[in-house]
Ligand binder design. Structure first.
Ligand SMILES: Cc1cc2nc3c(=O)[nH]c(=O)nc-3n(C[C@H](O)[C@H](O)[C@H](O)COP(=O)(O)O)c2cc1C
Length: 509
């Protein structure tokens, strides 16, 4: 059944790259937005992502299989209200994305306003307004091919008559609404917004027009409504004003920025948002305060823990959630494996503690593996901050282990697939590898060394679970929990048995 959205009388969080991720969308909804757009996501990025049900977070995740990053994450709280904005220049890819995602989003929007070079060169964004047959074909394809409402977001053209005619052509495809940013492709955000142009389009179309571009005159909900009135629309999408203080949507007036940041951070931790994305959004909120002591401390922070502890002094919630996720076996990056290994994926071979040589050697790890040395595998990731100095690194430890036991040094083979790396160690007639694909070659070697040290009894499984290198399976979790303090009363009433000093998940990923 076709899902419907009434696009009239809607206050909307506009699409914003990096800003429109799940925590910000939820924040906007909490403060009174009716609909929330995702950041623009390019079609091929979605098409190479895999859909995962994340049972620990209660989310649906689309994970980039080449590097494990979350391309799109959504949760039941935004169901029926989240609009996916895509960047596309291809009917086939747009329809494929729409069909793949229509059960997880309320509507799909095509970005026809982005003036960035990278969009235009790819025939996307505002380039589509200068290639109307293609723009129309994409919308036609989507309207026919998916069950959810389809919209697009455009900029105004220098010629107002042309803008209206173009909007009418787009309307003829059967889209349900159109977002109009009242600036031309060459105008910058600080230039005045052409409210009259938006009004001209709104008056000429029979579908709802969503006015956009008014942030400079918006600091509270009433300003949004006034902007809508001046533009002859009933719906508005707000970008920068919401980026600066998302409580702009609140009926009772905006909240102090500090309250907004705290709530944003809570949602970021709750949904395991990446620290770099969280930091970016908080930086955008702090804007003019970036040179202040608090701004400088934020710029220096690397992890979610630091953002919380050092700056907002709210570490308990962060720590509890991260520990809970860890012990609930959150996968995230760990679920990520390259899909296939092609013949071009060449491993490099190195000696223990020596630079990688160019010598190439093929690695086999499939059931047809004919290597006489058995392969020992564990899912272990290397976390640099677990090791205080170079001598304590797993590779160094393995090197010393070999010397002490009069064994030949370990040989490292590194395999690369897309942006991920995996190492296999050959040591004393056995092979060792981590099934966790690391983001660089050095980490892959260290992770494989940890597997080897674990299997040879030099490292203990419990220690690796405690410091976050391994995920606990149910039995191991219980065993570790039995040894350490018991912590309960986490905010949803579930009880986890955790030691307070376990490394947090955000530092792991
Ligand atoms: C940080 C940022 C990211 C943006 N990313 C997108 C995007 O992904 N897709 C899009 O259509 N517009 C994007 N825009 C443009 C906004 O959606 C909006 O059209 C523009 O900022 C004007 O609205 P405002 O005056 O409310 O800010 C972005 C704007 C900002 C500030």
């Amino acid at each position: 059944m076709m899902s419907e959205i009434d696009y009239r009388n809607k206050l909307i969080l506009a699409p914003m790259v990096r800003v429109g991720t799940l925590p910000m969308r939820l924040l906007a909804l909490e403060y009174g937005a009716d609909l929330v757009y995702t950041e623009e996501i390019i079609d091929w990025k979605l098409l190479r992502a895999e859909r995962h049900t994340n049972e620990v977070l209660g989310t649906i995740d689309y994970i980039d299989t080449t590097d494990g990053t979350v391309v799109f994450r959504t949760c039941p709280e935004e169901r029926g209200k989240v609009v996916l904005q895509i960047g596309t220049a291809s009917v086939e890819r747009a329809v494929a994305v729409g069909q793949m995602m229509q059960n997880d989003v309320a509507a799909i929007d095509v970005n026809m306003g982005c003036p960035k070079d990278f969009s235009i060169k790819g025939g996307m964004g505002v380039a589509l307004l200068y290639d109307l047959p293609r723009a129309k074909a994409i919308l036609d394809g989507l309207v026919k091919g998916v069950r959810i409402p389809v919209t697009c977001k455009i900029r105004v053209m220098t010629d107002l008559h042309e803008t209206v005619e173009l909007a009418k052509v787009l309307q003829s495809t059967g889209i349900k609404a159109i977002g109009v940013h009242g600036r031309t492709k060459t105008e910058r955000p600080r230039d005045p917004v052409n409210e009259d142009a938006i009004a001209r389009v709104a008056n000429a179309l029979h579908i709802p027009v969503i006015a956009n571009g008014g942030s400079q005159s918006i600091t509270r909900r009433n300003d949004i409504l006034k902007f809508a009135k001046r533009c002859s629309t009933t719906s508005v999408m707000v970008a920068r004003a919401a980026e600066w203080n998302c409580s702009v949507f609140r009926a009772d007036g905006p909240l102090p920025l500090d309250d907004v940041i705290r709530r944003y951070l809570q949602l970021s931790v709750r949904y395991d948002n990446s620290p770099s994305n969280t930091k970016y959004c908080v930086q955008m909120m702090l804007r003019s305060l970036q040179e202040s002591p608090i701004g400088r401390r934020l710029l220096d922070s690397q992890t979610m823990q630091q953002i919380w502890y050092d700056i907002w002094d709210m570490g308990d919630y962060c720590r509890e959630m991260q520990l809970r996720y860890h012990f609930a076996g959150i996968k995230g990056r760990r679920a990520c494996r390259p899909r296939t290994l092609s013949e071009n994926d060449q491993p490099t071979v190195t000696d223990d503690n020596e630079p990688t040589a160019n010598k190439k050697q093929c690695l086999q790890e499939t059931p047809s593996d004919t290597d006489p040395d058995p392969l020992n595998e564990e899912n272990i990731c290397f976390i640099r901050s677990n090791f205080i100095d170079d001598n304590s690194l797993p590779k160094s430890k393995l090197y010393l282990h070999a010397i002490r036991n009069g064994l030949p040094r370990a040989q490292y083979e590194v395999q690369q697939k897309d942006k991920l790396f995996r190492a296999i160690i050959r040591f004393n007639g056995q092979r060792y590898s981590s099934s966790f694909w690391e983001k660089n070659k050095r980490y892959a070697e260290q992770a494989a060394a940890l597997v080897c040290l674990l299997k040879r009894g030099v490292e203990s499984r419990d220690d690796l679970i405690r410091n976050g290198a391994m995920l606990p399976d149910n039995n191991a979790s219980a065993a570790v929990a039995a040894q350490v303090g018991k912590q309960s009363d986490l905010d949803d009433g579930r009880e986890t048995n955790v030691e307070v000093k376990v490394r947090p998940m955000a530092e792991i990923c």
